[in-house]
Design a protein around this ligand. Structure first.
Ligand code: FES
Ligand code: MG
Length: 573
């Protein structure tokens, strides 16, 4: 034993009986000396590396750097893989599998002789999924975000990964981009290892974990290929060993105040709307009360300080060189709880004092923000009985108050089949309504809410229209897009009964989303509504459909909320 305190792993490795032998002996086939089992902290390195998750591919090597840090600090590192979710490849949506990956992470941590955990994350869902799982066990845990790619470059311009995708139809239709242009662009926006370098969901999640106090200070913005990222990984390996000795577990860091801080920070950085759904799910796991209205109450009046795509102009590499998240944290400290403890043992306020901003075009000041009110607005009304959201910083000011005729698509297939039909009765004043893309309906609530506009309107020069759905939108996208309508259409929310020609009113300032039909007509339509057949009859997807909660609750499964702690009383013999 390295000191008097017995850690959790002692239950496995500390015994001199048959089971102690079994637990140690097979591991020793890796050549670990016997003193590795002397009671030192055992650190699980939870790796989301996968060739199928290109944003996390470099984490294969990063685990070795983390191990170096763990060993230096006197710990015993054991790396393990968990389900990795590659945003750009998995069908029908990585969101369908976020909860599955969280289950994998939770059960793997609990079932094994681990005293502390390092989460190696990157691509969008790999951060919330692993963190949700870790919260349900509640061991000391530190996050090492894998870091963004270098800025995309094409034809002398900076292009943002993700954000460019949404312009492809426009570029081809209006600017005559050729197939060769697109091919060259493909690699131009993916120049190095790392995740999307816009303020999309991956960068948003990295900022979220730093704001929650779960990373070493400054970790979020460092590009994946910058040598300082490796330093961060090694220091995190050292630190987790100390955290185990201090019993600094997740629930000590993840207080209500820490969640409030994260909401404020997300507004200031112009973070993704997906932040809402993931933060709600994380709070549900650690047992902190948080609801949709908190995001509006705490975040919507916060000024936008970070000038990154999709809300702004720059990319993560620029953000890092300008000083990264610590500069933002220092600037908005008046809106934060500075006394919350973070994983390095110091408070958020202590960690982020005396930062220097190196580029005020990239990180603005409170005195001269990019926008005065940037956070996500939560809408209410008969069209979204349990709420819906919109990201004003990514929307068109002219459409923030809008009344228009609904053009309804019953499914995503219906949308694809008809949107570019020259005879489709639609103009720029219409409201595009897309059903069947919620948690149960798709299933998995994909990022399709920011559907492309009809070709004929793009050619006319129209760049934005009001779009409403029960789906999500990529953090890299922009537009006047109402998302996360709850309840979703597949369970019979009002969205299910919107018909072509209905008038819809959006008023972001009043937080209102209204379907302009009488209550009697609404009741009549709901009574006549026939639920769609479920999308799966077996397997994980059926489990998911049966148990997933609506968007306003974070789309976690009801049976996964809360935690089961770290204790396992029964052994394998
Ligand atoms: Fe992985 Fe964007 S696709 S972070
Ligand atoms: Mg995404």
């Amino acid at each position: 034993m390295s000191d008097d305190k017995k850690f959790r792993s002692y239950d496995w490795f500390g015994k001199s009986d048959k089971m102690g032998f079994v637990h140690r002996s097979w591991l020793r086939n890796q050549g670990y000396p016997s003193d590795y089992f002397d009671g030192r902290p055992v650190i699980g390195i939870c790796n989301t590396w996968s060739d199928l998750t290109p944003c996390n591919a470099h984490l294969r090597d990063f685990a070795e750097i983390v191990k170096r840090g763990v060993i230096e600090a006197g710990g015993f590192p054991l790396e393990f893989p968990v389900t990795s979710l590659g945003e750009t490849i998995m069908r029908p949506s990585t969101m369908l599998f976020r909860n599955l990956a969280s289950m994998d992470t939770e059960e793997t941590i609990r079932a094994n002789p681990l005293d502390g955990v390092v989460l190696l994350t990157g691509c969008d869902k790999t951060t919330p999924s692993t963190l949700m799982g870790a919260c349900s066990v509640d061991l000391p845990t530190i996050v090492v975000p894998g870091g963004p790619m270098l800025n995309g470059r094409y034809k002398g311009e900076c292009v943002g990964s993700g954000s460019f995708n949404w312009l492809i139809k426009e570029k081809q239709t209006v600017e005559n981009y050729t197939a060769a242009d697109i091919l060259e662009m493909e690699i131009g926006v993916a120049r190095s290892q790392g995740h999307c370098m816009t303020m999309g969901t991956a960068s948003t999640m990295a900022c979220m974990v730093e704001a929650l106090g779960l990373t070493l200070p400054g970790a979020a913005a460092i590009p994946a290929v910058d040598s300082r990222k490796k330093v961060m990984a090694q220091l995190s390996g050292r630190r987790i060993v100390e955290m185990v000795k201090e019993d600094l577990k997740l629930s000590k860091v993840l207080t209500r105040e820490a969640f409030e801080n994260a909401i404020v920070v997300n507004a200031a950085v112009g973070g993704s709307t997906n932040f809402i759904i993931h933060l709600l799910a994380i709070a549900g796991r650690i047992g902190v009360e948080l609801n949709l209205d908190d995001f509006d109450a705490l975040g919507s009046k916060i000024p936008l300080l970070v000038n990154l795509k999709p809300s702004g102009k720059y990319l993560m590499e620029d953000f890092y060189y300008a000083g990264g998240l610590p500069v933002v944290l220092q600037e908005i400290m008046p809106y934060l709880h500075p006394d919350v403890i973070t994983v390095n043992g110091s408070t958020l306020g202590q960690n982020n004092a005396e930062m220097t901003c190196h580029n005020k075009e990239v990180i603005a000041t409170l005195a001269e923000p990019l926008q005065t009110e940037a956070g996500i607005a939560v809408l209410k009304g008969n069209l979204c009985e349990n709420g819906a959201i919109i990201k004003p910083s990514a929307a068109s000011p002219a459409l923030m108050k809008h009344r228009g005729r609904a053009v309804v698509f019953e499914t995503i297939e219906d949308y694809h089949a008809r949107i570019d039909d020259p005879d489709l009765d639609i103009d720029e004043t219409c409201v595009i309504v897309l059903k069947g893309v919620g948690p149960k309906g798709y299933p998995g609530m994909p990022e399709v809410g920011n559907v492309d506009l009809p070709e004929k309107l793009l050619k006319k020069g129209i760049r934005d229209m009001v779009r409403i759905s029960d789906g999500r939108m990529s953090g890299t996208a922009a537009g006047t897009v109402v998302l996360h309508v709850s309840p979703e259409s597949a369970v019979g929310g009002t969205l299910a009964v919107v018909e072509n020609g209905d008038m819809i009113e959006l008023d972001v300032e009043q937080r209102r989303l209204h379907l302009d039909i009488s209550d009697e007509e609404l009741q009549r339509r709901k009574a006549a509504w026939i639920p769609p057949a479920p999308q799966a009859v077996r397997g994980y997807v059926k489990l998911y459909i049966n148990h997933v909660q609506q968007a306003h609750l974070g789309a976690d499964m009801d049976l996964l909320q809360g935690g089961s702690g770290s204790e396992v009383t029964r052994d394998l013999h």
